[in-house]
Design a protein around this ligand. Structure first.
Ligand code: LUZ
Ligand code: MOS
Length: 762
């Protein structure tokens, strides 16, 4: 089945926040962000701004009717700065005007004076000063101290990954419309309607039943709207609440890039020990996460880094410590993978460092150490592993032996072009690491004409979740897809939603749709059984008819619905699903946090132009563990997009903040995202169909985040191509590997032994 949005998307008819028809009298907001990354506000002068024609009101923290607080995990983030700013772009005032132009003109006239304080942008500097968002977390397995004794080889190093701009095509925004008796309806581009509702209510000081958050769809989220959609909704709601007028604010691209947080940059130290057969015996790692100026989701991201610090390898002795470091950058936030990719990059870097020093291909070490069913992760859960299945199928299916030979041949016969390849096996845990969040809900109505309305807590953001939800309902009722409609995600219809995040949206909400539809279907079968005086077990719903003992009966779905209605049987149901069997003890750092893991193996091939440092990705070929895919077209799209987004993070996208904490890469002219030319020339995706029982809907497996991590292979493939040109090249284990860095590395000299220890950081 095609994505149900494909028709309106391709015709430009899909409705996003900025397409919602405006109500007469709508006002437009724009926020004034701090120009300084750290300091005390000594004066704020709004007088010139207020004179701009069309300006209705400029709100500051003094106007907040409830609490000036939007922190999610920790209450450490004011909506509008009071006396202190701690990042560039921190909202200080909110202009409300009759036009978009007037609002933006007024923002330019606001004057603020700030007594500057020292600015910290580096997580290691923050750590040295003891500026941590939360106490450090430690995961341990076995005994690394004892294990070093039995290691034949030990390597240490430093690995770094930069942040990443979400670059959802639709920027952040909200539209708040006052209702009678102080209630509000808010259209918001949020992944988390509940969190947006809750944050708004806290800021306004009203009860949650007063505020409805309604989400039609997002033009992308990628985690950027899991927590950071709340501020804009709260600002619009505050203005609407005070002025009794509809207020809309859709950020423009540069505002969005400057004011919102991104993927967390990490700097990490590792130490890896192997025996003489290249079995990894011990691994130590310290992660320094650049959290930015407030907690946002950083503690949860930090936790997921630890959960993925050994990627798909079984390592019997692990000691991993993670620090969430407070800096003067916009608070960094969820981004596809949620800290997992950052953790996985470091173990891959450690393996590569070992391989380069031992003179073997990294894939030798990777393969030997892949986990098996029953192996324990450092957090106590036992693997149900498809790691070898994916790896072996990839070797076979993509003929990797001969790809390796061809690459060597190419490199021995070409001087100025060099090819590199890398294997990237992944293992990603599915479930919110916060057990409480693993719940989904659905509300299903069957109308008297037989058409079906489905509401869930799932937010459609291009990932195709609505199509999957529709499939579930159509399947359970045995009716055509066009009889089912997916409604917008509204907090009035489905309450207390978890964010659409953690790859778990289709799993959680799909199960809830299944439960609600099954309840209704069972009532309908009872109606048919009573009418026909036959046992209920002989009835199934299929092809828009009832089937009796598998024979199509003339009674149609529509007739059945009318019968049920006349018998006063309920045609509506609300269902709640909570993932069973997951638990985690944060004090012991042990438990069973994930319903299951998603596995896969990718091989990436690149070619570098060694005169210019430019490169192309020739191919990414993947064997991916889908379980039983619910929708191969949609899942393939998720994998393709994830790979390209991962390649962008690893190769092109270079986030640059200067020492003053100002974002230099603040537009699409200075921040390079993948375009059609950076997409691998060949993208092959092979389905590993596993039929093992797992806990997702119809035995499918989550598909949202895992494929991003295949992109990590691009970094290591480039590294191998550089080494093919210059075997002595010194290449910091630091991503992204931009063309500039590639060129530098191609012509670099090896480090002298005394420099080894203090490898440069970017
Ligand atoms: N969000 C969250 C996530 O709150 N908890 C998670 O574990 C998570 N994982 C991935 C993406 N978003
Ligand atoms: Mo996400 S990083 O699953 O919002």
């Amino acid at each position: 089945m095609k994505n149900i949005d494909s028709r309106t998307h391709t015709r430009g008819e899909s409705v996003y926040l900025d397409d919602v028809p405006l109500i007469q009298g709508t006002l437009f907001g724009a926020s004034f962000g701090s120009p300084i990354a750290n300091g005390h506000i000594t004066s704020l002068d709004l007088s010139e701004a207020e004179k701009i024609p069309g300006v209705v009101r400029i709100l500051t923290y003094k106007d907040i009717t409830g609490q000036n607080q939007i922190g999610g995990i920790i209450p450490d983030e004011p909506l509008l700065a009071e006396h202190h700013v701690d990042f560039c772009g921190m909202p200080v005032a909110f202009v409300v005007a009759e036009t978009y132009e007037a609002a933006h003109a007024a923002v330019k006239k606001i004057k603020v004076e700030i007594d500057p304080l020292p600015i910290i942008t580096d997580p290691r500097d923050a750590h040295a000063l003891g500026q941590l968002i939360v106490p450090p977390r430690t995961h341990r397995l076995g005994d690394t101290e004892a294990a070093w004794q039995s290691c034949e080889y030990i390597f240490e190093g430093l690995a770094e990954t930069n942040g990443q701009e979400h670059l959802y095509i639709e920027t952040q925004g909200a539209y708040a419309i006052p209702q009678e008796n102080n209630a509000l309806k808010i259209y918001s581009s949020t992944q988390s309607p509940r969190a947006t509702q809750a944050a708004t209510c806290k800021v306004l000081g009203v009860a949650m039943h007063q505020v409805e958050v309604d989400v039609i769809r997002l033009g992308g989220g990628f985690g950027g709207k899991e927590d950071q959609a709340n501020a804009w909704a709260a600002l619009c709601a505050l203005a609407a609440h005070i002025l009794k007028k509809p207020v809309k604010y859709a950020l423009d691209r540069m505002e969005d890039m400057a004011m919102t947080g991104k993927r967390h940059p990490y700097s990490s130290d590792f130490k890896i020990g192997l025996d003489k057969h290249f079995k990894i015996l011990a691994y130590e790692v310290q992660f320094y996460q650049n959290a930015g100026a407030a907690a946002d989701l950083s503690p949860a991201v930090l936790e997921r880094t630890l959960f993925h610090c050994t990627n798909t390898y079984f390592i019997p002795n692990v000691h991993a410590v993670a620090y969430s470091c407070k800096t003067n950058l916009p608070p960094n936030t969820a981004f596809r993978g949620f800290g997992g990719p950052q953790g996985m990059f470091v173990i891959e870097a450690a393996i590569v460092k070992a391989a380069e020093n031992l003179g073997v291909d990294a894939s030798v070490i990777q393969q030997i150490n892949l986990n098996k069913t029953g192996d324990e992760f450092p957090y106590g859960q036992k693997a149900v592993s498809e790691a070898h299945a994916c790896w072996d199928k990839a070797m076979d299916r993509f003929n990797i032996e001969s790809v390796i030979k061809e690459t060597h041949y190419f490199n021995s016969t070409n001087k100025l072009y060099k090819k590199g390849i890398a294997m990237m096996p992944i293992c990603f845990g599915i479930s919110f690491t916060n057990t409480m969040m693993n719940q989904g809900r659905a509300l299903v109505h069957v109308y008297t004409d037989g058409s079906v309305s489905v509401s869930t807590g799932a937010v459609e953001m291009g990932q195709g979740v609505n199509t999957k939800m529709l499939q579930v309902a159509a399947y359970v009722f045995g009716i055509d897809a066009d009889k089912v409609k997916l409604q917008s995600t509204s907090t009035s219809r489905v309450a207390n939603t978890s964010p659409s995040a953690a790859s778990a949206t289709a799993d959680l909400n799909g199960k809830a749709v299944f439960m609600a539809c099954t309840e209704i279907a069972n009532r309908l079968k009872q109606v048919a059984a009573d009418e026909m005086h036959i046992p209920i077990a002989s009835i199934t719903l299929k092809d828009n008819h009832i089937h009796v003992s598998d024979q199509k009966h003339e009674m149609t779905w529509e007739r059945l619905i009318m019968s049920a209605f006349f018998k006063r049987v309920s045609l509506s149901e609300h269902a709640h699903y909570a993932t069973p069997e997951i638990h985690y003890d944060k004090l012991k750092e042990k438990g069973h946090p994930f319903a299951y893991h998603v596995y896969g193996t990718a091989i990436t091939q690149v070619t570098i132009d060694c005169l210019r440092g430019t490169y192309q990705v020739d191919a990414v070929k993947v064997v991916h563990d889908f379980g039983v895919s619910m929708n191969p077209l949609i899942d393939r799209g998720q994998i393709e997009g994830g790979i390209v987004q991962g390649i962008g993070w690893m190769t092109l996208e270079e986030l640059i903040y200067d020492k003053e904490g100002k974002l230099k890469s603040n537009a699409l002219s200075t921040y390079k995202v993948p375009d059609i030319y950076s997409v691998p020339k060949v993208l092959e995706i092979d389905f590993l169909e596993t039929t093992a029982d797992n806990l997702a809907i119809f035995r499918s497996k989550a598909v949202g985040e895992p494929p991003l991590m295949y992109g990590i292979g691009a970094y290591f493939a480039l590294r191998n191509a550089i080494k093919a040109f210059n075997p002595d090249a010194h290449i910091p284990l630091s991503a992204p590997m931009t063309p500039e860095k590639t060129l530098m590395a191609l012509y670099s000299k090896p480090l002298k032994p005394d420099q080894e220890k203090n490898e440069e950081t970017t």
